[in-house]
Design a protein around this ligand. Structure first.
Ligand SMILES: NC(=O)C1=CN([C@@H]2O[C@H](COP(=O)(O)OP(=O)(O)OC[C@H]3O[C@@H](n4cnc5c(N)ncnc54)[C@H](O)[C@@H]3O)[C@@H](O)[C@H]2O)C=CC1
Ligand SMILES: O=P(O)(O)OC[C@H]1O[C@](O)(CO)[C@@H](O)[C@@H]1O
Length: 402
């Protein structure tokens, strides 16, 4: 059995690769980093270490690799695979869609009755595989789309494992948290699907996906944005500040009330879930950089993502949102000069004004009550954090003072 995985990065090597390999797949990584690709080709295996006290270690066997630029080989690998997975980042899906489409075309053209193919985007977000499908279909000619509909499935999934940025001498070495969960809805699978060992199959994905997105991802990025404002460099440092930890808990209690309302979770069980997730953030066996967890604030602030979606839904239901508003406000102040989206966000706020950004980027129109609340909270946060003035906020802080 052959799997093709796009993205030889942290979640690819640290989670998807090991699960597929353990399930008997030969895993072909498709990536951009020449050194990693060459090493994967040469060694055919790599080590994974668990960030637990014992530092348990295992080897992922039966792997190979291709460079994304080797278009013909990549398309052929997709054409022959049983499963294709991705972990490249939501915004990068458009850059691999053409290669996947070419693979589907080869597969359909070489066989009148091609075997079914499952293509799974293991990216954080709602409807990631459907997004990938739309991008792939833009490259397919009309008659092929109809045939692809019959034998290619794009199931949306939930993946959960914290894999921080890696800083080892060996470019393939990877340290991951011990916990992991991969959930796939049975209803989105087509014929002849071979179950992957270790995957949790469910009837419906929504509750699993939103519980994870609004708890692990909302809580984690809140810790990162709160920590950034206080000058922390890692999540571990941020979570050791009792004030930040309380605010993260406040955010998760708000999303928790929403999730309990939406999905009927038992409140006490959900409270235990929150507790467990906060313990995962604190894991002392690695150092998770704020810059990783806070990365791409425009994506994280988009209407369907981990901050705005729960805030808007909670507001609609008349639930409390003040901690979520404070997390959104902190994200709006994220100004890491090495993060392209943070730079663009700050530039847009400076040039168009916060109110316009709230309406156009975050989907919170001027007449929405949360619009005014975010503006107010933002003004208060600017005044509390004058150190941000050095990164271009000076004039704004002056205006706000005036
Ligand atoms: N790291 C984590 O703990 C988790 C990450 N995820 C999701 O997995 C995805 C990947 O995240 P990480 O592995 O952490 O990131 P990463 O940066 O370690 O890996 C991403 C990989 O995709 C490749 N890539 C990036 N842009 C590309 C492009 N335009 N074309 C082709 N390849 C490209 C990179 O070369 C890299 O190998 C993201 O969607 C993330 O939200 C999901 C759960 C956990
Ligand atoms: O990968 P993204 O969406 O930028 O966000 C990083 C997130 O990924 C995770 O590592 C796993 O979902 C979270 O810990 C973190 O919130």
């Amino acid at each position: 059995m052959r799997a093709v995985h796009f993205g030889a990065g942290n979640i690819g090597r640290g989670f998807i690769g090991p699960v597929l390999s353990d399930s008997g797949y030969e895993v072909c990584f498709v990536g951009r980093n020449r050194l990693k690709i060459a090493q994967l080709q040469e060694r055919g295996r790599y080590p994974v270490t668990l960030a637990n006290d014992e530092r348990d270690r295992f080897i992922v066997e039966n792997v190979t690799a291709l460079h994304l630029k080797d278009q013909e080989q990549v398309a052929q690998a997709v054409a022959e695979a049983e499963i294709v997975t991705t972990a490249v980042g939501l915004t990068a899906l458009k850059d691999i869609a053409g290669a996947i489409a070419q693979g589907i075309e080869n597969r359909l053209n070489s066989n009148a009755y091609p075997k079914p193919l499952h293509i799974i985007a293991c990216e954080n977000g709602v409807g990631s595989s459907q997004k990938l499908k739309n991008l792939v279909y833009r490259h397919l000619k009309q008659p092929l789309k109809g045939r692809a509909d019959r034998c290619v499935a794009f199931p949306d999934v939930m993946v959960d494992r914290i894999v921080p940025v890696q800083t080892h001498k060996d470019p393939l070495e990877i340290v991951v948290e011990p916990f992991s969960e991969w959930v796939i809805p049975r209803s989105e699978l087509i014929a002849d699907y071979t179950e992957i060992k270790g995957v949790h199959y469910v009837d419906s994905l929504d509750s699993y996906l939103e519980r994870k997105l609004f708890t692990v991802n909302t809580g984690h990025c809140s810790a990162a944005y709160f920590g950034y404002l206080e000058g922390c460099s890692s999540i571990q440092e941020a979570m050791s500040d009792p004030g930040i930890k309380d605010r993260v808990r406040g955010v998760l209690q708000e999303t928790g009330a929403l999730l309990v309302h939406l999905y009927g979770f038992d409140p006490a069980a959900h409270d235990r879930y929150i507790h467990k997730i906060m313990d995962r953030f604190i894991n002392p066996n690695f150092n998770d950089k704020i810059s990783r967890v806070a990365r791409s604030p425009l994506r994280k602030l988009s209407p369907n993502d981990r901050l705005l979606r729960p805030a808007m839904l909670a507001h609609e239901l008349g639930l409390e949102t003040s901690y979520l508003v404070s997390a959104i406000t902190s994200a709006l102040l994220y100004g890491d000069p090495n993060d392209q989206e943070a730079v663009l966000l700050q530039e847009e706020i400076r040039t168009a004004g916060l109110s316009a950004v709230l309406a156009s980027r975050l989907g919170v129109p001027a007449e929405h009550p949360l619009h005014g609340e975010i503006l107010k909270a933002y003004r208060r946060a600017c005044l509390r954090h004058p150190h941000l003035a050095s990164s271009g906020f000076e004039s704004m802080v002056q205006i706000l003072r005036g």
